[in-house]
Design a protein around this ligand. Structure first.
Ligand code: NDP
Length: 400
């Protein structure tokens, strides 16, 4: 019998809960906890208490509170779909209770917009000694993009040299400005300096200053901007043959103009200010006035295309392939009442959890997605709504 405790009840969690609920053979009992109990209850009303057994309110910043909850629920696995700030307290609670752990985004401290794996990789020995496992970054990017890379390295190349991960949202939600996942985390990520790996070192660029116009399958040409993204850090570590690794994301002019104005007037700052006798973080206030990403699904048209270009050597010859998925916002809405960005994150979280619970991906320690056999994960993507395709490219689409 398997029992999973999901923490967080936002856009991504609602997809994971619904997908897990439809798979009783893999997830016997599902439990849900988050900061706001009413959001958990609303999800329980939707999926039914026969599948979502019980809901709880918890402050996941507090490791003792999460430990008490785990002791009450006694899950086999905790799936963290709250925010990156909660990764470490939830991992501490998993250590205290000897429970397996999974998340979709790496830890970042609330007061520094800096995300890297060092904090979570530091748990490796303690997780190994406790005989428990942590699977880091089981979303789409990170997550599926790591598995695509491992799959390409296993089946298509003798050695991989160049990696370009591309993330295009070709959808239209009809809002002047909105983010597709938690606005605070999203804006912290986008406003950072760009960073990529080349010839054994990290190179930095001004935020969103490097652009390529790339043609995306079933979408068309979109302006794509070089950014740092967390999977680059683990992929260059685990595939040392990589000479260069970059990440690109598409943004429309309207989005960038709004972002520029918001940055220019200080609304994206994470430094608290004094306002009417209270300490207010401008970015947290901005999150409160922006549309909730979970609410964008209705009327959202178009699709995403997220994938991985890989160039390497096979049988002495250089070649490039592109592995990608297209995901249609309206189809996701029809299936689970979510937009494609929540869907493309929530489904891989369910798949990672399933592979841990059925012992397919199982070893004590703290692991990134590319450290496991990609084949079972790739098979489940096809079965559970995120089919992928492999294109053999005549040449890399990047100008430099
Ligand atoms: P949301 O903001 O919609 O949901 C976050 C949930 O976590 C909310 O229910 C929130 O509660 C809850 N939460 C926040 N703080 C706490 C706390 N201290 N204790 C308990 N619960 C808390 O975010 P998303 O669903 O869009 O994103 C979820 C995660 O997925 C994020 O970590 C994000 O970075 C990651 N992500 C990963 C992607 C990938 O491809 N790997 C892509 C997109 C997202 P409340 O409702 O009270 O605010």
């Amino acid at each position: 019998m398997s029992r999973v405790l999901i923490i967080g009840a936002g856009g991504v969690s609602s997809v994971t809960v619904k997908k897990c609920a439809r798979l009783p053979a893999l997830f016997d009992e599902i439990y849900l906890a988050s900061r706001t109990l009413s959001k958990c209850q609303a999800l329980q009303d939707e999926v039914g208490s026969d599948r979502l057994k019980a809901v709880y309110s918890v402050d996941a910043d507090n490791a003792d509170a999460v430990t008490a909850l785990i002791n009450e629920v006694k899950p086999d696995l905790v799936v963290n779909l709250a925010l990156p700030y909660q990764d470490l307290p939830i991992m501490d609670a998993c250590l205290a209770t000897k429970t397996d752990y999974l998340d979709t985004a790496n830890y970042e401290p609330k007061d520094v917009a800096k995300f890297e794996y060092s904090w979570q990789w530091a748990y490796q020995q303690r997780f190994q000694e406790a005989g428990i496992m942590a699977l880091l970054g089981s979303g789409f990017d990170p997550g599926v993009t790591n598995v695509y890379t491992a799959y390409a390295a296993k089946h298509y190349f003798d050695e991989i040299h160049y990696l370009d991960i591309v993330d295009c949202n070709g959808g239209d939600h009809g809002q002047a400005f909105a983010t597709n996942f938690n606005p605070e985390i999203n804006i912290r990520e986008i406003t950072q300096r760009g960073r990529f790996w080349e010839n054994g070192e990290w190179k930095e660029t001004e935020p969103l200053s490097v652009r390529e116009d790339l043609d995306y399958q079933n979408i068309g040409t979109r302006a794509s901007y070089l950014m740092f993204h967390e999977e680059l850090e683990s992929l260059v570590k685990h595939f040392p043959s990589l000479k260069r690794a970059r990440f690109w994301m598409t943004f429309g002019d309207a989005y960038l103009n709004h972002l520029k104005v918001l940055e220019g007037i200080g609304m994206t700052s994470i430094e608290p200010i004094e306002f009417q006798g209270q300490q207010v973080v401008p970015l947290e206030f901005l999150k409160a006035v922006l549309p909730n990403p979970g609410s964008l699904a209705e009327g959202y048209t178009g699709m995403t295309c997220i994938g991985t270009y890989i160039t390497g050597i096979k049988d002495g010859k250089e070649k490039t392939i592109f592995i990608y998925n297209n995901c249609d916002h309206a189809v996701c809405n029809e299936e689970v009442g979510a937009q494609a960005v929540s869907y493309t994150t929530g489904v891989p979280a369910m798949i990672g959890a399933a592979l841990m619970l059925n012992n397919t991906w199982k070893k004590p320690g703290v692991w990134n997605m590319e450290q496991f056999d990609p084949d079972p994960f790739m098979a489940m993507l096809n079965e559970h709504g995120l089919p992928w395709h492999v294109l053999e490219c005549e040449q890399s689409p990047f100008s430099k």
